[in-house]
Design a protein around this ligand. Structure first.
Ligand code: ADP
Length: 182
């Protein structure tokens, strides 16, 4: 199973990704967590992206595409994965499909966790990551509307988009996802 979990900050992407990763016994790959770990380790990549994350901007497509190709070629990703927070731009989505073509595979579903902006803000206010400051949060929600929501059309057109109401208890969200992909 190869799933994309998409949604705004506080939409429950991480929670659902973890549940689905356990359910299917496949790795959970979060691009946001990967980048934050690089920043915490003060690696060259971390130094390169820390300002971008702190501002709530998107990391460049070029860098993200290289990162994800690397990760998806690791042995543990051979039988499937849950991608949390990737892709975020139409270019990333296209490049992901091109890359998966070369591996003779494809995304099964893109799962969109739908929540109104005010609910995202309320939920995110209870978190404390470096990029959860109010200004960065506002910028992330703007980017979501400007760039990521339009990208959903790419999957909708290919009949691989599953829209889920994210404003319900986590186990209900999970049940709805599993019902939708079976
Ligand atoms: P959020 O909680 O805003 O949904 P994530 O934890 O998924 O965010 O990602 C945190 C940050 O990491 C983003 O604001 C962005 O700077 C960067 N990032 C993560 N995934 C991507 C991606 N696919 N493309 C570009 N930047 C990304």
């Amino acid at each position: 199973m190869r799933l994309l979990i998409l949604g705004g900050p506080g939409s429950g992407k991480g929670t659902q990704s973890q549940k689905l990763s356990e359910h299917f016994g496949i790795p959970w790959i979060s691009t946001g967590d990967t980048l934050r770990a690089e920043i915490a380790a003060d690696s060259p990549l971390g130094q390169q992206v820390s300002e971008t994350l702190a501002k709530g901007e998107l990391v460049s497509d070029k860098l993200m595409i290289a990162l994800i190709k690397e990760r998806l070629q690791q042995p543990d990703a051979a039988k499937g994965w849950i991608l949390d927070g990737y892709p975020r731009t139409a270019f990333q989505a296209e490049e992901l499909d091109f890359f998966l073509d070369t591996l003779n595979t494809q995304v099964n579903y893109a799962i969109w966790l739908e929540l109104p902006a005010h609910a995202l803000i309320e939920r995110s206010e209870n978190r404390a990551a470096i990029d959860d400051n109010p200004e960065a949060l506002r910028r992330r929600i703007e980017t979501l509307a400007e760039t990521t929501i339009p990208m959903l059309e790419y999957y909708d057109y290919r009949q691989r988009l599953l829209r889920i109401d994210g404003n319900q208890p986590p186990d209900d969200v999970k049940r709805e996802i599993l019902g939708g992909i079976s």
